[in-house]
Write a protein that binds this ligand. Structure first.
Ligand SMILES: [Fe+2]
Ligand SMILES: [Fe+2]
Length: 165
């Protein structure tokens, strides 16, 4: 039976539902009902993706890179490697989103497809591999501290637009 998601990681796991919905809708061949809530016009679609990136994905990536990675660093060599790879994937998706506005018409769909596939694989890996391992590596007290740190991180984002140091 899969390990239940600890309270400390539940808000990040909830973000993954939003990310997965976007990821699946962006992939070429997505079913019409997945595409239905996305703008049909390519420029409007890019603006939508940029907005979701700014409001949902970037804060989530930042919390994983800054708070989650800090909480587990040095406790498990394989998890350290996984978190480094995850951070590199965040950077590559960030660069991909930043490049969308400059793409020619024929390049937009393949780029969005690539973003969707990368984001889906990324989120699934985090859920199956990374978050589960975090729960194995951290004891209950450390998980509670992680939950508190994530809470403070997101509150500081709401207050100032930037995480507190
Ligand atoms: Fe991530
Ligand atoms: Fe994530």
């Amino acid at each position: 039976m899969p390990l239940q998601r600890h309270e400390a990681l539940r808000s990040l796991s909830r973000d993954h539902h939003v990310a997965l919905q976007l990821a699946r809708a962006l992939q070429s061949g997505a079913s019409p009902h997945l595409r239905a809530h996305l703008p049909a016009d390519p420029k409007a679609l890019i603006a939508y993706v940029e907005r979701v990136y700014t409001t949902e994905l970037a804060p989530h990536f930042g919390a994983e890179d800054a708070v989650l990675a800090t909480a587990v660093r040095g406790k498990d060599a394989e998890l350290d490697r996984t978190l480094q790879e995850i951070e590199a994937e965040h950077a590559s998706m960030t660069a991909l989103v930043a490049s969308l506005g400059a793409l020619g018409a024929a390049e937009i769909d393949p780029a969005l497809d690539r973003l969707g596939r990368t984001l889906e694989a990324h989120v699934r890996r985090e859920e199956r591999e990374c978050y589960t391992r975090v729960q194995e590596v951290l004891d209950d007290a450390a998980l509670d501290r992680l939950g508190d740190a994530l809470g403070r991180h997101f509150v500081s984002l709401c207050d100032t637009g930037a995480p507190s140091s």
